[in-house]
Design a protein. Structure first.
Length: 106
């Protein structure tokens, strides 16, 4: 597991309710909240997250135009691919997960 991905998983698991475990749907590693898969990794620098349409819109997030996994994803999707190449970007992904958990009523 790449260094940044490992750091991201470690930080996410510190958020109450989040845990890393194998994905029965996507295969590989996934992040679960309240026993429901809410994110999975496409590779060591990209995670696909079900943030909700509201949170995606609120944060002004845009689906990557050069997406390899979900080229035709609807702009109305609850899911968004987040990329991280730096520690600062890892922290931003963690911030978005925290917002998701807060909005979910943890």
């Amino acid at each position: 597991m790449a260094k940044l991905r490992k750091a991201l998983v470690k930080k996410l698991e510190r958020i109450p309710g989040l845990k890393d475990q194998p994905s029965p749907v996507a295969g590989g590693s996934a992040i679960f909240y309240r026993d429901q898969e809410i994110a999975h990794f496409h590779h060591d620098h990209e995670i696909d997250v079900r943030l909700t349409k509201k949170l995606i819109r609120q944060e002004g997030l845009k689906h990557p135009k050069d997406s390899e996994q979900h080229r035709n994803r609807s702009p109305q999707s609850d899911w968004i691919e987040l990329r991280f190449e730096t520690s600062k970007e890892v922290d931003e992904v963690v911030r978005l997960f925290r917002l998701f958990v807060e909005l979910s009523g943890n």
